[in-house]
Design a protein around this ligand. Structure first.
Ligand code: TXA
Ligand code: MG
Length: 346
């Protein structure tokens, strides 16, 4: 049985779920990036249940969520000064930091790695839940493995009802894409997954930061196990087209419609398209990011068979994360001048 708890002003409704979390139950909860599926990180059986509930590959490690800096110390070997600076600048917030793990962190959480990924989320409900539970909380995104991440409680209910003990509804996630995963164990800090904190923001604090090479070259094995899997994919076929090529987008929609396919389009900006279903994803990359996973799920619910989505032009901020999710979700299917190419993943 899955119990749904809605949190508005009164956080005392979290007490029951927090106790359950401490005791080893699975609790899905809102964060500012996407919803998370939480278990007590110190309880190996509970952590193992996360993998079952999601259908997640065993070799994909989990992020440990904390609500205070005091919770961090026992989980890691040491905290470099550079990591402290990052925490001062970006925590609570959409940045996950990878450090060497202590013996206290079960290998089940880290999928056998000697490093652990840690994040302090910014969402008040997430922070209150972790604090009330009194334990670090291992939590992947609260979706079935492979499908789009969940940014609203309704998405979690659709994917995980009957598979988890509690789902906490705290409204729509503000950012809409997952946290930036930053490896602080390499000489130069490396972004393993672009996300809610940008390369430029990290460089302003750290100086030197790079993208992990596999992000730009799909022939290389990624350092972050999760990045090798196809992810975020809707049931419909997803085709990406450079956002400034509105005519190409319409041509593809028309071609697919002629094949009797139900077509959907994710548009950004104020261009209009003829398709069975049109979802406007806002005027800015941030609005598009906020809306993306919800829009992919909505297209599936509407019955779209082919989705054509605008691929934003290269620029900073959230755009590399947005492009990464779109490219992963499409399996790299990008139409550029009507030539289909496999491209890099940022
Ligand atoms: O925003 C987020 O990060 C969300 C919310 C719930 O906090 N969580 C999330 O978790 O996206 P998940 O499990 O969907 O993605 C975690 C990513 C995976 O790609 C995983 O491989 C990587 O982080 N990761 C975790 N621990 C790692 C480690 N020790 N070394 C390298 N990569 C790691
Ligand atoms: Mg995920």
């Amino acid at each position: 049985m899955t119990k749904v708890i809605t949190v508005e002003q009164d956080f005392s409704v979290l007490a029951e779920a927090a106790d359950a979390l401490t005791a080893g139950k699975l609790v899905a909860f809102p964060t500012e990036t996407v919803y998370g599926l939480g278990a007590n990180a110190m309880n190996e059986d509970a952590v193992a249940n996360i993998f079952v509930a999601k259908g997640r590959p065993q070799d994909n490690p989990l992020i440990v969520h904390i609500s205070s800096r005091e919770m961090l110390k026992p989980l890691v070997k040491e905290i470099p000064e550079t990591a402290e600076k990052l925490m001062d600048a970006f925590w609570p917030g959409p940045l996950t930091i990878i450090l060497e793990k202590s013996d206290l962190v079960p290998l089940r959480v880290t999928a056998g790695l000697n490093t652990v990924a840690i994040r302090m989320p910014e969402h008040p409900v997430a922070l209150a839940l972790i604090e009330k539970s009194g334990v670090p909380v291992a939590a992947p995104s609260a979706n079935l493995s492979g499908s789009p991440s969940t940014t609203r409680a309704s998405h979690v209910i659709a994917d995980l009802t009957g598979r988890v003990d509690y789902i906490i509804d705290g409204g729509a996630s503000r950012v809409g894409l997952e946290s930036t995963v930053l490896d602080m164990t390499s000489d130069v800090p490396q972004i393993l997954r672009p996300g809610g904190v940008s390369l430029e923001e990290l460089k302003a604090v750290l100086g030197d930061v790079t993208y992990e090479p596999a992000l730009k070259d799909s022939t290389k094995a990624p350092k972050s196990p999760g990045m090798k899997y196809r992810h975020y994919a809707p049931k419909a076929e997803l085709i990406l087209v450079d956002a400034d090529k509105a005519d190409t987008m319409q041509t593809i929609l028309d071609t697919e419609a002629k094949k009797a396919k139900k077509t959907g389009v994710l548009s950004c900006g104020n261009k209009s398209y003829a398709a069975d279903f049109v979802i406007a994803c806002g005027d800015t990359p941030s609005e598009y990011a906020h809306r993306l996973f919800d829009a992919l799920r909505e297209m599936d619910d509407l019955g779209a068979q082919v989705i054509v989505a605008a691929l934003p032009a290269d620029s900073g901020g959230i755009v590399p994360a947005l492009k990464n999710r779109l490219l992963k979700a499409s399996g790299g299917r990008v139409v550029s001048n009507v030539v289909i190419t496999k491209t890099e993943c940022i």
